[in-house]
Design a protein around this ligand. Sequence first.
Ligand SMILES: [Zn+2]
Length: 211
Amino acid sequence: MATSRTPSANAAPPAASPIQPANAAPPAASPIQPVTAAELGPSLRPGCPIDPQRLRRVVVDYLGFDGQPHRGALIVNEDLAADVIAIFGQLLALHYPIDKIRTVDNYPDADDELSMEDNNTSAFNCRDIPGTGHWSQHAFGRAIDLNPLLNPEIDRTGAIQPKTAAPYVDRNRTDPGILHAGDPVVRVFTDRGWRWGGDWTTPIDYQHFER
Ligand SMILES: [Zn+2]
């Protein structure tokens, strides 16, 4: 709502407003929100090892590939919520482009393959590590996959996830959003104690950060 001003000889000049992109959204009411089991939808599977009360919806702003600011939400462990907000603030300051950030319940059956093929950045998904029967750190809200189509996982058999990511197995590519060892974006996570799957060998998982 605009504020009307009464002209006055004694009125102080209006304070300068911080410069904001024309279409920047106003700050989120609270960037850390509780989530319910119902809101987690198909991403909360039977036997899930975490109580939804331990998870939080974290609202973050990011730079899109269109060069414009956007807002998305991640579901993460309550222990990491403040850290994740700080991390995405740093990614924005670095002008690292992110395609989209949607919770995986937006995809049929919270299917991780569909989310990855859509190059969607996400965190919580109550799923196992494919082929192992062990819960992934994503099932605890302790892992984030960043621009996963551009940064695929290559498992010990050589299979690529998502399966549409073959063009991005070539890690000499320097397209915006592609992660490389030593990148400032990778260091934003690792300096905070997160592990990067791009440092692993079997699998090698360029999209994956966990803590
Ligand atoms: Zn992952």
